[in-house]
Design a protein around this ligand. Sequence first.
Ligand code: ME8
Length: 510
Amino acid sequence: MKPKYYVTTAIDYVNAAPHIGHALEKIAADIFARYYRLKGHDVFFLTGVDEHGSKVEKAAKAKGLEPQAFCDEMAAKFQDAWKQLNLSYNRFIRTTDEKHCSAVQELFQIMEKKGDIYKNTYKGLYCEGCEDFVRERDLDEDGNCPNHKQPPIMCLEENYFFKLTKYKDKLRKWLTDNPDVLIPDGRRKEVLNQLDDEEFGDFSVTRARSSLSWGIPVPNSPDQVIYVWIDALSNYLTGVGYGDNKEQFEKFWPADLHLIGKDITKFHAIYWPAMLMAADLPLPKRISVHGFLTVEGQKISKSLGNVIDPKQLVERFGADAVRFYLFAAAPFDKDGDFSHEDFLNKVNSELANNLGNLLNRTLTLVGRNCDGKVPDGQFENNLREESNEIHAVVEKHMRQCEFAKAIEAIFALVDQANKYMNDEKPWTLFKEGNAAQGKTVLYTVLDILRRTAIEIYPFTPALAQTIWYQLGFDDKLDELKAEGAWDLIPAGQAVRNEGPIFKRIEEVTA
Ligand code: ME8
């Protein structure tokens, strides 16, 4: 039986349109989904949108729409953007899906029956931007939420609370015994410190309907709605069949990887596993926390007018360029910057020059000297080791979500192949009658290009497919079986030189 792989992304609030920060995380999940499919796993890739809560309710009101109509409009925008970016998700979940809502209620009742949910009065502050309860001492000098630069609202409500305190020791043990479960390690240490904070205890899991009506009703308590984070986190269960498709759920749960941004670590590394413990469900195998993207050095913000619409970017430069740049430019776990100039430089130098030109000139030489067919040469001994090892190197980096390092390793091999061509000068070898060595050079470079297509496929799927096709293969990389992927390129295969695979980008403007 095929091994399974279940990867998820955070589900985005639909109060505003998607930006490239959202895109970064969704593409990361797509990279893993494609990578594991290629390895022969049965993959489930879940993404979607978070539609309930005060933020969304307010945004709908501001547009003069009913919340559901507003969410329908916004969810379509997200799906459209993800389609443009060539995301191969298995399911796009919306938290207003009926089955999701009923499963969340069921989960709430399970936790309640267990005695982990109880009624109490909540008196304190709430930041609508964070959709989180905040403490006075966490505010900035103006009394604002430091993330959203807006004052929190004061709540005095009869709510339901979740007994987090009951699970703190278990959570600490889970995070200590499994250092790999939350990466990078600095985030794990942060969470362990948070757990040590005595003030960090039970939290409110409902809101009074009188202050928020846009949410899932608490079963048997019509005056309360379920807190948006309980609702949202449950998507990882309901999205893969909890409460609906038992067989699928049992096959895929627990998640192999949750991809999330740094601002929502607490919810995923504390609240979420505690909820799962309360529901007696297995815990996720790994949570990977990524950094934030800025644009030209500045925080992405509507008021600064620097929100880059991923769809527009793709329309101008193509999905592969965007996908490649976001992961080549900066380490995933650190904050990164989207700079138009850097984008142009990286994409042109690696995709157009380094890789595109290598393929183009190799195929031209094959056309001129080998009848347009892969020659029956030997693979060059000096490059054998690097080429054979590339997959293991990429695999090691992928395991740690080190996308930039994986890309760097792939392009180091392409560099080597370019250097080898320049040093060996196969055009001269053929001219001077040393066809055997000329064929060895071309064969070696063609096979390195074949490997490169496979290795970069998760990052730039369409570009990889074009390389694959021009090398003379007829199958789809999407359907390639891992076992067959590691043979050498077959001699005698007719190549297809159909011109440059990646056009240089000339414009620099934002
Ligand atoms: O937090 N760079 O939704 P969200 C990189 N609905 N990533 C960014 C980013 C940036 N500039 N801005 C946001 C929520 N993100 C909840 C999640 S999951 C059960 C519920 C990331 O729309 C952010 O860190 O505010 C998060 O992972 C995702 O985008 C959605 O953020």
